[in-house]
Ligand binder design. Structure first.
Ligand code: SF4
Length: 316
């Protein structure tokens, strides 16, 4: 069952030198219980696309056109007040830095209780028990005692667990995890991803995983959207993408994964374009080793090639 559908999304920003389009005709969908990974280098539009689902965009952002259908309702047509009922309660965010969601001045317990009172309507002992249970669900030891702790008393991994506990306490149906393990060391990263996978399957949640780490994607996602310069350039199942990547950018990204046998890390030559760069044709053409004449003139659109959607003239 489709729980989320983003259709033909176009978003821009009003900058000091004028309006610039950042997201070009982006479409993706999420099934109940599924993990969709949105992948690309920084500045590719993966965070802007996913934050638009929560309508958490900077003030200078302009939602030009498109639809974001959640359980059949277009989120772009809701007022900010209506969105507050969706944010946190139905769609929760796990940010890169948990301190952007935790208040250092309040105890973990107070913050969890606030969420539970607001979204579940529980009070008193019932709310307290629900808060403790949500900490236990994310495997925080001595959960009852930890209710009294302040965020600074927790490690980065434990803070991420608290954020996940908040999402569970709200009974969120979709979790958007924005580079959730970037700030953590490798062992803790693995533990957090394991926890996310576990709660996702236990509670049949849907997950949007925003990352630049293809290793995480291979282990955790069902479907993948590769983004470049504000566009989806390849969209397919993870199995298909890893076995038969079709877009030269995807192929280059897969080559960046370090080869543990040779210790080599190949990088993609050049830089991703800035939002202010005007590039004619395919935005990847200055970096593409397979660039043809048409690529410098016409921006390819996303089309179906066997089981994959790909935007590249090589597949015209
Ligand atoms: Fe490379 Fe051309 Fe394909 Fe763009 S359209 S990725 S430049 S081959």
């Amino acid at each position: 069952m489709k729980i989320l559908e983003v259709k033909n999304l176009n978003i821009g920003f009003n900058l000091s030198d004028g309006y610039r389009q950042a997201i070009h005709n982006v479409s993706f969908s999420l099934e109940k219980g599924e993990t969709l990974a949105i992948v690309g280098e920084s500045g590719c539009g993966k965070t802007v696309s996913s934050m638009s689902v929560l309508r958490l965009l900077p003030d200078n952002a302009v939602l030009q056109s498109g639809e974001i259908l959640f359980e059949g309702e277009n989120l772009l047509e809701l007022s900010q007040k209506q969105m507050q009922k969706i944010r946190g309660k139905k769609i929760a965010l796990i940010p890169q830095d948990p301190m952007t969601s935790l208040n250092p001045l309040y105890t973990i317990g107070n913050q969890l209780l606030e969420v539970i009172e607001l979204h579940q309507g529980l009070t008193g002992k019932e709310a307290f028990d629900a808060a403790v249970q949500s900490l236990e669900k994310v495997k925080i030891p001595d959960a009852k005692d930890k209710m009294k702790a302040y965020p600074h008393e927790f490690s980065g991994g434990m803070k991420q667990r608290v954020i996940i506990a908040m999402a569970l306490a709200c009974k969120a149906e979709i979790i958007i995890a924005d580079e959730p393990t970037t700030a953590l060391d490798v062992t803790v990263q693995a533990q957090i991803m394991e926890l996310l996978a576990e709660i996702k399957s236990k509670y049949n949640l849907s997950l949007i995983l925003i990352t630049h780490d293809l290793g995480l994607v291979a282990q955790n996602a069902d479907k993948i959207a590769v983004m470049y310069a504000g566009r989806i350039v390849e969209y397919s199942s993870v199995r298909q993408l890893f076995n038969n990547p079709k877009h030269p950018y995807t192929q280059a990204l897969l080559n960046v994964v370090p080869d543990i046998n040779t210790d080599n890390i190949k990088t993609i030559e050049g830089h991703p374009p800035a939002i202010t760069d005007d590039i004619a044709g395919c935005p990847f053409h200055p970096r593409c080793t397979m660039c043809m004449e048409i690529c410098t003139k016409i921006d390819p659109c996303l089309k179906k090639v066997s089981e994959t959607m790909v935007a590249c003239h090589l597949h015209d």
